[in-house]
Design a protein around this ligand. Structure first.
Ligand code: GDP
Length: 439
């Protein structure tokens, strides 16, 4: 996600730090590179000009030159301007005074509208709401079916009228049905087109007039760069949208769309799509994304992700087991699987400040898969009493997991070590290290 841009910024900052003192001449050089980095990222040129102008104004100011650590200050100025560019504060969904809140989605075909409709429904359901989906994408027949399948998979009701060519009618009946079902949110998945045309805009205006949604979200594809920005401006002119959803940010190394939308269209990004799975949706936080782009990590998102993946009751049970020294390979396997739920390790590490320096993590991921396979090839009894794993069992486990006896031994030894560590720390007393005094 926005890797190219991130790498460029980090190179620039490295140079700035290396300079020790900042003067007008090296600020000028750094600004030139910031400008190039943004243009390469496909950010709208007017936006780039304004951005560089603002950074320059602040950076050349006396306070910076007299500052204690000018390089850090320069980075902070760029960071703060980036946050501003991305929209400044977090933009949230409008909620109706009295439920249901109606959210109308719009966007061109292929932008990820139908996927987002389901992602949003899942997101709201997790928050304890009762969403209902209305499929009115009459121009892509598969879209209605797709929405029904997605709705079923997340346990959310879907309304469509198959074969109907009247999007306004589908939305109208869908709203009635959703209200009967006591939905708290109604998500209208409207029709897309390959290009913006008058028919599309007229139809959307009609739906807006009938549904009077609290929120109109435009879904755009990050990978289309400046086209996405133009689409946002055009839709906003005709439809007066409330916010933008930028999808496929996971595949977007450049970031031009995300960085230009607010400045060009005037409307904030409210959500981002970061993958094809239904949980790959994030509320948009300008400050967090700016930190991620600049390699400052995003610890807040990391913690949130961890909290979502870890079940608190399970964590308590685990703590008890560790205390009683009953932690076994089965528990270890569960922990590995929990970590996996968080996504690829490389993505996680990007959220930790400075961790991008670590290098290739593919070997670590491979190692985790191997350990998982080995434990999965053990019987329940073996997992709880690894002591019974004799030579012939080891051979069987190695064969079953596609590894070898040496690797099985390595895991068993590591697990023993881990248990020893747990024993030391769970007894409430710290291990005594000679020469070290504890307060
Ligand atoms: P629609 O025509 O706008 O309704 O588009 P769809 O919802 O059918 O999505 C088009 C394609 O984009 C599908 O293959 C989706 O899986 C994919 N897609 C949607 N959102 C994302 C995302 O955030 N990341 C990635 N990688 N793919 C996405």
């Amino acid at each position: 996600m926005l890797d190219n841009l991130g790498n460029r910024f980090q190179e620039i900052f490295k140079k700035v730090r290396g300079n020790g003192v900042l003067n007008e001449s090296n600020i000028k050089d750094a600004l030139k590179e910031v400008r190039l980095a943004l243009l390469e990222a496909d950010v709208n040129y007017k936006v780039v000009k304004e951005f560089v102008g603002k950074v320059k104004e602040k950076a050349v100011g006396e306070t910076v030159l007299k500052g204690i650590n000018p390089a850090q200050q320069f980075i902070k100025i760029v960071h703060d301007e980036l946050v501003e560019l991305l929209g400044g504060t977090n933009a949230r969904l409008t909620k109706a005074n009295k439920p249901p809140t109606i959210i109308m989605l719009a966007g061109l075909q292929g932008a990820g509208k139908t996927t987002f409709a389901a992602k949003l429904a899942k997101f709201l359901k997790k928050k304890g709401e009762k969403p209902y989906l209305v499929g009115a994408d009459i121009y892509r027949p598969a879209a209605m079916k797709q929405l029904q399948v997605l709705g079923e998979s997340i346990g959310v009701g879907v309304f469509t009228i198959e074969g109907s060519q009247d999007a306004v009618k589908i939305c109208e009946e869908g709203i009635t049905k959703s209200k009967e079902e006591h939905a708290t949110y109604i998500i209208l998945d409207t029709a897309g087109r390959l290009h913006i045309d008058e028919n599309l805009m007229d139809e959307l205006k009609e739906i807006k007039k009938m549904a009077r949604p609290q929120e109109i979200l435009l879904v755009v594809d990050a990978m289309t760069g400046q086209d996405a920005v133009n689409v946002a401006s055009k839709f906003n002119e005709t439809l007066n949208i409330d916010g933008v959803v930028v999808t496929k940010l996971d595949g977007d190394a450049r970031g031009g769309a995300a960085l230009s939308i607010k400045a060009v269209s005037g409307k904030p990004i409210k959500f981002i799509g970061v993958g094809e799975k239904l949980e790959d949706i994030e509320l948009f936080h300008p400050d967090r994304l700016a930190s991620r782009i600049l390699g400052m990590g995003d610890v807040v998102s990391l913690v949130e992700k961890a909290q979502e993946a870890i079940d608190e009751d399970e964590a308590k049970r685990l703590e008890e087991k560790i205390k009683k020294q009953e932690f076994d390979l089965e528990d270890f396997l569960k922990q590995l699987q929990n970590i996996k739920k968080l996504g690829p390790i490389s993505n996680l590490l990007k959220m930790i400040p400075g961790a991008n320096q670590i290098g290739d993590l593919a070997p670590a991921e491979k190692e985790m898969k191997k350990v998982e396979a080995i434990i999965q090839s053990m019987t329940k009894e073996e997992r709880s009493k690894p002591k019974i794993i004799n030579a012939s069992r080891k051979k069987r486990i190695a064969k079953g997991s596609g590894t070898n006896v040496h690797e099985v031994n390595k895991l068993l030894q590591q697990f023993e070590q881990m248990k020893k560590m747990m024993k030391m720390f769970s007894g409430g007393s710290m291990p005594k290290i000679p020469g070290m005094k504890f307060p």
